[in-house]
Structures are given as structure tokens and as C-alpha cells.
Design a protein around this ligand. Structure first.
Ligand code: COA
Length: 142
């Protein structure tokens, strides 16, 4: 993180971290779908600790759930001093990206290969979150 990334408190601007989360999720979704993707939604993000200028920030992404055209990506953010020390948790987010075709319409993506019990459990949890998003999401007024 460099000085242009800071907020008025002198720490890294939260929106900068959100943009990076979005980019990392985009890479994961594009690799999986081999299609163009757009961000459909971000779930709640809690920032657990500040990120300082000079920190090295690490982003891990995993696809947790795949629907027909949508993909839920879990992103974990950790920061550590450039001079060493243990990484500390900064936050995590679930981001939903949708694969689109050349005309911008949702297009199907390959299924997720689930090899472990943990992956199957995460997939089920993702399916439940996706149902909740569907139930509560904003609709354009008629
Ligand atoms: C995301 C988008 C492609 C969905 O198009 P749509 O015509 O509403 O599509 P549908 O209702 O048929 O939904 C398609 C899929 O997207 C999912 N989806 C749509 N809106 C969603 C939302 N807000 N959150 C999570 N998933 C969403 C649906 O659940 C569905 O998933 P499935 O195919 O796995 O079952 C469209 O809303 C869009 O282009 N939004 C703008 C995206 C964008 O520009 N992002 C960057 C903002 S700067």
C-alpha cells in the first residue's frame, strides 16, 4: 500500500481494499467461467483492523458456489508489515459475479468440481446465501 491509498486517518482507504477485492474476485470468476463477468453484488464487509501505508496486503479468493450464470467468490484479506511479522486479518467478503455473453446477457458457466466434504458444505452454504440474496435483492420499480 502506497501513500496515495490513504484516508484522512492516515490508514488505507476502505474503498481501495473493496476495489482490490472486486478485482481478485473478477480474476477468479473469469478463470472459472472463461467468459466476461460483471459484479452483481457485494455482501457485507467488516473491516477488522486498519491497513497501514507500507503494509503488504494479501488477497485469497475461492469460488464457493456456482449457479447457472452466477458465481459466489469468497475473498479473504490479510495485511502484514513489509518488515515481517504475522499477517493479521483485515476482512473477508462474498462477491457475486455473473458471466455475460457478447450482448451483456447472463450466460451459463461450468459447474464447480466438489472434491471434499468441506467443499460440498461450503457449496451448500453458498446456495443458501444465494437464495437469500435472490429473496431480498433490489428490484427496479415498475
Ligand atoms: C448482473 C446482471 C448481468 C444480471 O442480469 P439480469 O438480467 O438481472 O439476470 P437474471 O435475473 O436472469 O439473473 C442472472 C443471474 O444473476 C444472479 N443475480 C442477478 N442479480 C444479482 C444480485 N444482485 N446479486 C447476486 N446475484 C444476482 C441471478 O441470481 C442469476 O443467477 P443464476 O444464473 O446462477 O441463477 C445485470 O443485473 C447487470 O448487468 N448488472 C450490472 C453489473 C455491473 O455493471 N456491475 C458493475 C457495476 S459498476
Amino acid at each position: 500500500m502506497v501513500p496515495t491509498d490513504v484516508n484522512f486517518a492516515g490508514n488505507v482507504f476502505g474503498g481501495h481494499i473493496l476495489a482490490e477485492i472486486d478485482r481478485v474476485a473478477y480474476i477468479a470468476a473469469t478463470r472459472h467461467s472463461q467468459a466476461s463477468c460483471v459484479t452483481a453484488s457485494f455482501d457485507r464487509v467488516d473491516f477488522l483492523s486498519p491497513v497501514h501505508v507500507g503494509d503488504v496486503v494479501d488477497f485469497d479468493a475461492e469460488i464457493t458456489y456456482v449457479g447457472t450464470s452466477s458465481m459466489e467468490i469468497w475473498v479473504r484479506v490479510r495485511a502484514e508489515s513489509m518488515h515481517g511479522g504475522d499477517p493479521r486479518p483485515v476482512g473477508e467478503a462474498f462477491v457475486t459475479l455473473v458471466a455475460i455473453d457478447a450482448s451483456g446477457r447472463p450466460t451459463p458457466v461450468p459447474p464447480l468440481l466438489l472434491e471434499t466434504v468441506e467443499e460440498r458444505l461450503r457449496f451448500e452454504e453458498g446456495r443458501r446465501r444465494m437464495e437469500e440474496r435472490r429473496r431480498t435483492r433490489h428490484r427496479q420499480p415498475a
